[in-house]
Design a protein around this ligand. Structure first.
Ligand SMILES: CC(C)(COP(=O)(O)OP(=O)(O)OC[C@H]1O[C@@H](n2cnc3c(N)ncnc32)[C@H](O)[C@@H]1OP(=O)(O)O)[C@@H](O)C(=O)NCCC(=O)NCCS
Length: 155
């Protein structure tokens, strides 16, 4: 996983961003995985191209569900459907693993992310008071998965 670039997107996205070490530690918790979306871009005054991480998704596979630990898109690549694409991909994985739902927590003030999740079929389940270290409440959201999601996607 492209840790340095993922950490840079973190830094550009959150006041309390995870460091590269924090992200590496996440993968040691057990059953924790990540997706990155990359693109190839021209390097300044070079013929060569570089691989740039545009977005990432970190998640934990638990007994009955998949829990999204983090999803972020580089500011240059927002509103292009990338978060949507990553989460849709996770729904397919959840279907393949026989999981019934995907869950997450989001800051109450993060209206962009909440809108994105609502559009993907997540519903607000409950408020987690003082969930974040700065005291902000979290919104716990879930998306129940229909049967045969994998078939629908791959048809
Ligand atoms: C939230 C975030 C992941 C969305 O990523 P994105 O790739 O820009 O989202 P998408 O392009 O897939 O958007 C899908 C839909 O979500 C909603 N949405 C996304 N960003 C929005 C915004 N800034 N304001 C309002 N709605 C928004 C829209 O309904 C959008 O569909 P539309 O573009 O057709 O209107 C991105 O803004 C981000 O990285 N934010 C910082 C990190 C963060 O807050 N992560 C969530 C932690 S819980």
């Amino acid at each position: 996983m492209h840790l340095a670039q993922v950490a840079e997107i973190e830094r550009l996205s959150y006041a309390d961003a995870w460091s590269e070490e924090d992200i590496a530690a996440f993968f040691d918790w057990g059953n924790c995985f990540g997706y990155v979306l990359t693109c190839r871009e021209d390097q300044d005054s070079e013929v060569e191209t570089v691989e740039t991480v545009a977005a990432f998704l970190l998640f934990e596979v638990t007994q009955g569900r998949i829990h999204i630990a983090d999803v972020a898109v580089h500011p240059r690549f927002r509103r292009m459907g990338l978060a949507n694409r990553l989460i849709e991909r996770l729904f397919v994985l959840a279907g393949r693993l026989g999981k019934k739902r995907v869950s997450l927590e989001v800051r109450m003030s993060n209206s962009a992310a909440i809108e994105c999740y609502l559009r993907l079929g997540f519903r607000r389940q409950r408020i987690k008071k003082n969930y974040y270290p700065d005291g902000e409440d979290g919104v716990y959201m879930s998306r129940y998965l229909p049967e045969r999601l994998e078939t629908a996607e791959t048809a």
